[in-house]
Design a protein around this ligand. Sequence first.
Ligand SMILES: Cc1ncc(C[n+]2csc(CCOP(=O)(O)OP(=O)(O)O)c2C)c(N)n1
Ligand SMILES: [Mg+2]
Length: 277
Amino acid sequence: MLNKKKLIKIFKTASLCRNFEKITFKKIQEKIIKFPVYLSAGQEFIASSLSQMTSELRVKPMIFAQHRCHSTYLAFGGNMKKLINELQGNISGATFGIGGSASLHSKEINMYGHDGHMGTQGPIGVGACFVSRKPTIVFLGDASAEEDYVLAALGWASTKKLPILFVVEDNNLSILTKKKVRRNWEMSDVAKSFKMGGYQLDDNPKNIYRFKEKIFKKPMLLNINTHRLFWHAGAGQDSYKTFDRYKIIKKKLGILGNKIDQENFIRINKLWKKHSD
Ligand SMILES: Cc1ncc(C[n+]2csc(CCOP(=O)(O)OP(=O)(O)O)c2C)c(N)n1
Ligand SMILES: [Mg+2]
Protein backbone atom coordinates (compact mmCIF):
# COMPACT_ATOMS: atom_id res chain seq x y z
CA MET A 1 0.00 0.00 0.00
CA LEU A 2 1.13 3.52 -0.72
CA ASN A 3 1.50 5.36 2.58
CA LYS A 4 1.72 9.14 2.97
CA LYS A 5 5.51 9.18 3.21
CA LYS A 6 5.85 7.40 -0.11
CA LEU A 7 3.15 9.53 -1.72
CA ILE A 8 5.15 12.62 -0.74
CA LYS A 9 8.27 11.12 -2.32
CA ILE A 10 6.38 10.45 -5.54
CA PHE A 11 4.91 13.95 -5.45
CA LYS A 12 8.38 15.46 -5.04
CA THR A 13 9.50 13.69 -8.21
CA ALA A 14 6.32 14.64 -10.06
CA SER A 15 6.78 18.23 -8.92
CA LEU A 16 10.30 18.28 -10.32
CA CYS A 17 8.95 17.04 -13.67
CA ARG A 18 5.96 19.40 -13.68
CA ASN A 19 7.96 22.50 -12.86
CA PHE A 20 10.59 21.58 -15.41
CA GLU A 21 7.89 21.40 -18.09
CA LYS A 22 6.21 24.61 -16.88
CA ILE A 23 9.45 26.53 -17.24
CA THR A 24 10.36 24.81 -20.51
CA PHE A 25 6.94 25.89 -21.85
CA LYS A 26 8.04 29.51 -21.34
CA LYS A 27 11.42 28.92 -22.95
CA ILE A 28 9.66 27.61 -26.06
CA GLN A 29 7.43 30.70 -26.15
CA GLU A 30 10.46 32.94 -25.75
CA LYS A 31 12.10 31.04 -28.64
CA ILE A 32 15.07 30.08 -26.50
CA ILE A 33 14.40 26.52 -27.69
CA LYS A 34 14.40 26.33 -31.45
CA PHE A 35 13.29 22.78 -32.28
CA PRO A 36 10.23 20.59 -31.52
CA VAL A 37 9.63 19.89 -27.86
CA TYR A 38 7.22 17.27 -26.53
CA LEU A 39 6.06 18.30 -23.08
CA SER A 40 5.02 15.57 -20.68
CA ALA A 41 3.14 17.75 -18.15
CA GLY A 42 0.01 16.00 -16.93
CA GLN A 43 1.54 12.55 -17.35
CA GLU A 44 4.32 12.82 -14.74
CA PHE A 45 2.82 10.54 -12.09
CA ILE A 46 3.44 7.50 -14.29
CA ALA A 47 7.24 7.75 -14.36
CA SER A 48 7.36 9.22 -10.83
CA SER A 49 5.44 6.29 -9.34
CA LEU A 50 7.42 3.71 -11.29
CA SER A 51 10.76 5.19 -10.26
CA GLN A 52 9.68 5.04 -6.61
CA MET A 53 8.67 1.39 -7.09
CA THR A 54 11.92 0.36 -8.81
CA SER A 55 14.05 2.14 -6.24
CA GLU A 56 12.22 0.31 -3.43
CA LEU A 57 12.79 -2.95 -5.30
CA ARG A 58 16.46 -1.92 -5.69
CA VAL A 59 16.18 -2.49 -9.41
CA LYS A 60 17.75 -0.19 -11.98
CA PRO A 61 15.81 -1.11 -15.11
CA MET A 62 16.74 -0.53 -18.73
CA ILE A 63 14.42 2.19 -19.93
CA PHE A 64 13.10 2.50 -23.47
CA ALA A 65 11.00 5.62 -23.75
CA GLN A 66 9.57 7.49 -26.70
CA HIS A 67 9.34 11.11 -27.80
CA ARG A 68 7.41 12.45 -24.76
CA CYS A 69 10.19 11.50 -22.40
CA HIS A 70 11.26 14.47 -20.23
CA SER A 71 9.41 13.13 -17.17
CA THR A 72 10.77 9.63 -17.71
CA TYR A 73 14.31 10.98 -17.88
CA LEU A 74 13.93 13.24 -14.82
CA ALA A 75 11.92 10.84 -12.67
CA PHE A 76 14.48 8.07 -13.04
CA GLY A 77 17.29 10.43 -12.05
CA GLY A 78 18.43 11.91 -15.36
CA ASN A 79 20.67 14.95 -15.00
CA MET A 80 18.60 18.13 -15.33
CA LYS A 81 21.50 20.36 -16.37
CA LYS A 82 22.17 18.01 -19.28
CA LEU A 83 18.52 18.20 -20.28
CA ILE A 84 18.56 22.00 -20.20
CA ASN A 85 21.68 22.00 -22.36
CA GLU A 86 20.19 19.42 -24.70
CA LEU A 87 17.11 21.57 -25.29
CA GLN A 88 19.39 24.40 -26.36
CA GLY A 89 21.35 22.20 -28.75
CA ASN A 90 24.56 22.38 -26.72
CA ILE A 91 27.27 19.76 -26.96
CA SER A 92 27.11 19.38 -23.16
CA GLY A 93 23.53 18.13 -23.48
CA ALA A 94 22.29 14.64 -22.61
CA THR A 95 22.65 13.56 -26.25
CA PHE A 96 25.35 16.06 -27.25
CA GLY A 97 22.75 18.57 -28.40
CA ILE A 98 21.75 16.48 -31.41
CA GLY A 99 19.04 14.23 -29.94
CA GLY A 100 16.76 17.01 -28.75
CA SER A 101 13.64 16.64 -26.67
CA ALA A 102 12.49 13.39 -28.29
CA SER A 103 15.59 11.21 -28.03
CA LEU A 104 16.93 11.68 -24.51
CA HIS A 105 19.60 9.13 -23.77
CA SER A 106 21.46 8.52 -20.53
CA LYS A 107 24.01 5.84 -19.75
CA GLU A 108 23.84 6.82 -16.06
CA ILE A 109 20.19 5.79 -15.77
CA ASN A 110 20.17 3.06 -18.48
CA MET A 111 17.84 5.08 -20.67
CA TYR A 112 18.03 4.50 -24.41
CA GLY A 113 17.25 7.38 -26.75
CA HIS A 114 14.29 7.02 -29.09
CA ASP A 115 14.82 7.08 -32.85
CA GLY A 116 11.61 8.98 -33.63
CA HIS A 117 9.72 6.14 -35.30
CA MET A 118 6.67 5.43 -33.20
CA GLY A 119 6.85 2.14 -31.35
CA THR A 120 10.34 0.98 -32.38
CA GLN A 121 11.24 1.03 -28.70
CA GLY A 122 8.92 -2.02 -28.40
CA PRO A 123 10.97 -4.55 -30.41
CA ILE A 124 14.27 -2.89 -29.48
CA GLY A 125 13.45 -3.07 -25.75
CA VAL A 126 12.26 -6.66 -26.05
CA GLY A 127 15.44 -7.60 -27.89
CA ALA A 128 17.63 -5.95 -25.26
CA CYS A 129 15.72 -7.71 -22.48
CA PHE A 130 15.84 -11.04 -24.31
CA VAL A 131 19.64 -11.05 -24.60
CA SER A 132 20.40 -9.56 -21.18
CA ARG A 133 17.43 -10.79 -19.06
CA LYS A 134 17.71 -7.49 -17.22
CA PRO A 135 14.55 -5.84 -15.85
CA THR A 136 13.25 -3.58 -18.60
CA ILE A 137 10.56 -0.94 -18.97
CA VAL A 138 9.21 -0.05 -22.40
CA PHE A 139 7.09 3.11 -22.50
CA LEU A 140 4.61 3.42 -25.34
CA GLY A 141 2.03 5.99 -26.31
CA ASP A 142 -1.49 4.72 -26.94
CA ALA A 143 -0.90 5.26 -30.67
CA SER A 144 2.63 3.84 -30.78
CA ALA A 145 1.31 0.68 -29.13
CA GLU A 146 -0.79 0.10 -32.26
CA GLU A 147 2.23 -0.43 -34.53
CA ASP A 148 2.40 -3.99 -35.85
CA TYR A 149 6.01 -4.50 -34.72
CA VAL A 150 5.00 -3.62 -31.13
CA LEU A 151 2.38 -6.34 -31.18
CA ALA A 152 4.86 -8.89 -32.53
CA ALA A 153 7.34 -7.89 -29.80
CA LEU A 154 4.67 -8.42 -27.12
CA GLY A 155 4.22 -11.97 -28.37
CA TRP A 156 7.93 -12.70 -28.12
CA ALA A 157 8.20 -11.18 -24.63
CA SER A 158 5.36 -13.40 -23.49
CA THR A 159 6.75 -16.56 -25.13
CA LYS A 160 10.15 -16.02 -23.54
CA LYS A 161 8.69 -14.94 -20.15
CA LEU A 162 10.90 -11.86 -20.07
CA PRO A 163 11.28 -9.60 -16.99
CA ILE A 164 9.72 -6.74 -18.91
CA LEU A 165 7.08 -4.15 -18.16
CA PHE A 166 5.23 -2.42 -20.98
CA VAL A 167 3.71 0.87 -19.90
CA VAL A 168 1.19 2.46 -22.22
CA GLU A 169 0.95 6.14 -21.39
CA ASP A 170 -2.60 6.36 -22.67
CA ASN A 171 -3.46 10.03 -23.11
CA ASN A 172 -6.18 9.01 -25.56
CA LEU A 173 -4.50 10.98 -28.34
CA SER A 174 -2.38 10.44 -31.41
CA ILE A 175 -1.46 14.10 -31.95
CA LEU A 176 -5.15 15.14 -32.01
CA THR A 177 -6.92 11.92 -33.03
CA LYS A 178 -8.79 10.21 -30.21
CA LYS A 179 -8.49 6.49 -29.57
CA LYS A 180 -12.12 5.68 -30.44
CA VAL A 181 -11.54 6.94 -34.00
CA ARG A 182 -8.51 4.67 -34.42
CA ARG A 183 -9.55 1.38 -32.83
CA ASN A 184 -12.19 -0.56 -30.91
CA TRP A 185 -9.85 -2.56 -28.68
CA GLU A 186 -7.64 -2.01 -25.64
CA MET A 187 -3.97 -2.82 -25.15
CA SER A 188 -4.71 -4.55 -21.83
CA ASP A 189 -6.84 -7.08 -23.76
CA VAL A 190 -4.14 -7.50 -26.39
CA ALA A 191 -1.63 -8.31 -23.64
CA LYS A 192 -4.01 -10.86 -22.10
CA SER A 193 -4.53 -12.48 -25.49
CA PHE A 194 -0.76 -12.93 -25.61
CA LYS A 195 -1.02 -14.68 -22.22
CA MET A 196 0.63 -11.98 -20.18
CA GLY A 197 -0.75 -9.79 -17.42
CA GLY A 198 -2.70 -6.90 -18.93
CA TYR A 199 -4.24 -4.19 -16.78
CA GLN A 200 -6.17 -0.96 -17.28
CA LEU A 201 -5.77 1.73 -14.63
CA ASP A 202 -5.52 5.48 -14.16
CA ASP A 203 -2.41 7.45 -13.22
CA ASN A 204 -3.27 7.83 -9.55
CA PRO A 205 0.04 6.83 -7.89
CA LYS A 206 -1.75 4.60 -5.39
CA ASN A 207 -3.13 2.51 -8.30
CA ILE A 208 0.22 2.24 -10.07
CA TYR A 209 2.02 1.42 -6.83
CA ARG A 210 -0.21 -1.65 -6.31
CA PHE A 211 1.81 -3.43 -8.99
CA LYS A 212 5.13 -3.06 -7.18
CA GLU A 213 5.51 -6.70 -6.16
CA LYS A 214 4.34 -8.01 -9.54
CA ILE A 215 6.62 -6.21 -11.97
CA PHE A 216 9.62 -7.90 -13.62
CA LYS A 217 8.58 -11.36 -12.37
CA LYS A 218 6.99 -12.06 -15.74
CA PRO A 219 6.00 -9.93 -18.72
CA MET A 220 3.24 -7.48 -17.97
CA LEU A 221 1.47 -4.54 -19.58
CA LEU A 222 -0.04 -1.61 -17.73
CA ASN A 223 -2.30 0.60 -19.80
CA ILE A 224 -2.36 3.77 -17.73
CA ASN A 225 -4.96 6.40 -18.58
CA THR A 226 -3.54 9.87 -18.26
CA HIS A 227 -3.95 13.42 -19.58
CA ARG A 228 -1.62 15.48 -21.71
CA LEU A 229 -1.81 19.03 -20.44
CA PHE A 230 -0.13 20.82 -23.34
CA TRP A 231 -0.01 20.58 -27.13
CA HIS A 232 1.39 17.49 -28.81
CA ALA A 233 4.50 19.52 -29.64
CA GLY A 234 5.44 23.03 -28.59
CA ALA A 235 3.94 25.43 -26.08
CA GLY A 236 0.17 25.69 -26.06
CA GLN A 237 -2.90 24.20 -24.47
CA ASP A 238 -5.62 22.27 -26.31
CA SER A 239 -8.10 22.78 -23.47
CA TYR A 240 -8.03 24.59 -20.16
CA LYS A 241 -10.44 22.01 -18.73
CA THR A 242 -8.02 19.08 -18.97
CA PHE A 243 -8.00 16.89 -15.87
CA ASP A 244 -4.87 17.62 -13.81
CA ARG A 245 -3.78 14.92 -11.33
CA TYR A 246 -0.89 17.09 -10.10
CA LYS A 247 -3.24 19.85 -8.93
CA ILE A 248 -5.40 17.35 -7.05
CA ILE A 249 -2.51 15.69 -5.21
CA LYS A 250 -0.86 19.04 -4.47
CA LYS A 251 -4.13 20.19 -2.88
CA LYS A 252 -4.41 16.95 -0.93
CA LEU A 253 -0.93 17.55 0.53
CA GLY A 254 -1.91 21.10 1.59
CA ILE A 255 0.85 23.47 2.72
CA LEU A 256 3.52 20.84 2.11
CA GLY A 257 2.34 20.35 -1.48
CA ASN A 258 2.57 24.09 -2.13
CA LYS A 259 5.99 24.30 -0.52
CA ILE A 260 7.44 21.45 -2.60
CA ASP A 261 5.95 22.94 -5.76
CA GLN A 262 7.30 26.45 -5.12
CA GLU A 263 10.75 25.25 -4.10
CA ASN A 264 11.07 23.24 -7.30
CA PHE A 265 9.92 26.18 -9.40
CA ILE A 266 12.53 28.50 -7.89
CA ARG A 267 15.32 25.94 -8.09
CA ILE A 268 14.65 24.91 -11.70
CA ASN A 269 14.23 28.53 -12.81
CA LYS A 270 17.65 29.31 -11.35
CA LEU A 271 19.17 26.30 -13.06
CA TRP A 272 17.68 27.31 -16.42
CA LYS A 273 19.03 30.87 -15.97
CA LYS A 274 22.48 29.56 -15.09
CA HIS A 275 22.59 27.30 -18.12
CA SER A 276 20.99 29.56 -20.72
CA ASP A 277 23.14 30.86 -23.55
C1 LIG B 1 6.04 5.28 -37.55
C2 LIG B 1 5.61 6.71 -37.31
N1 LIG B 1 4.42 7.14 -37.81
C3 LIG B 1 4.03 8.43 -37.59
C4 LIG B 1 4.82 9.29 -36.87
C5 LIG B 1 4.35 10.73 -36.60
N2 LIG B 1 3.95 10.88 -35.19
C6 LIG B 1 4.82 11.31 -34.25
S1 LIG B 1 4.18 11.27 -32.72
C7 LIG B 1 2.70 10.71 -33.26
C8 LIG B 1 1.58 10.41 -32.30
C9 LIG B 1 2.07 9.60 -31.14
O1 LIG B 1 1.01 9.29 -30.28
P1 LIG B 1 1.27 8.39 -29.01
O2 LIG B 1 2.10 7.22 -29.35
O3 LIG B 1 -0.05 8.13 -28.39
O4 LIG B 1 2.16 9.33 -28.07
P2 LIG B 1 1.79 10.76 -27.46
O5 LIG B 1 2.30 11.77 -28.44
O6 LIG B 1 0.33 10.83 -27.28
O7 LIG B 1 2.55 10.84 -26.18
C10 LIG B 1 2.72 10.55 -34.66
C11 LIG B 1 1.57 10.06 -35.47
C12 LIG B 1 6.06 8.79 -36.36
N3 LIG B 1 6.88 9.53 -35.64
N4 LIG B 1 6.41 7.50 -36.58
MG1 LIG C 1 -1.10 9.32 -27.10
